[in-house]
Design a protein around this ligand. Sequence first.
Ligand SMILES: [Zn+2]
Length: 289
Amino acid sequence: MVHVDQAVGEFSGLAFQMNQESDPPGRWTPSPLLLASGALHLGAAAAVFARPRAWPWALGAVVLNHVALAAAGLWPRSQLLGPNWTRLPAQAGITAGVALTIDDGPEPDVTPQVLARLEEYGACATFFCVGERVLRYPDIAQEIVRRGHAIENHSQRHRHNFSLLGPGGMSTEISRAQESIFRVTGCRPKFFRAPAGLRNPFLDPVLVRLKLRLASWTRRGFDTVNGDPDAVFRRLAHSLQTGDILLLHDGHAARSRSGRPVILEVLPRLLDALNAQGLTPVTLRSALT
Ligand SMILES: [Zn+2]
């Protein structure tokens, strides 16, 4: 709750900044939940002003509202705080396309082998890379792009407290990663994925300003914590269909019993399953209309 309280304190300043942009790249529009939250805060303040004895009710309403906002931020696939790709958009005209997204790299022990598996299958993937790791392993990042995959923004440092940051902190993490990835690869990310998928109400206006779209996933394998390739594969491959966005990890990958990163054991099976169902891996950005 602390982060939401801090966030609310900075909210009016951010809204002012947004309105001051002469030509914003697509104006930020608050989600219905954020609009309702703003109205509730104003209503609570007005109620206390008119009837000071009503303050416990007003405070209770505001606290409940903050609980709802925090819950929305802890739910990675939520649309309550703003637009969020959980599937490829139907209007993109992609038939039989599925997006493989691979997070937290580049990782020298894993990513080159992932690239080799993808090459064997002629498959494209989207790598949500961490900016400082792109700077540390520029050759791998360049190889990802050279092979026709996309690199998108997964923040500069993958801070575990990302969802507790205010708008300034979020903006720094995301814009620094934009710079790192562009400097190394010459490509500018078009999507952002929050570390662990966790966020707060300040993320959406920052993404609008930086011309980024938020992407989460349809299903994830929990392959950073589960070393059982069968379980990870089952989670990802059940009820596969066009438009799915699937999440795996090359960075922070759990190890299987044989000591191999789980993604390397799951990826061939997943690509076989996609082939068997006539589904084609595509990058997220190929679905932009
Ligand atoms: Zn991550």
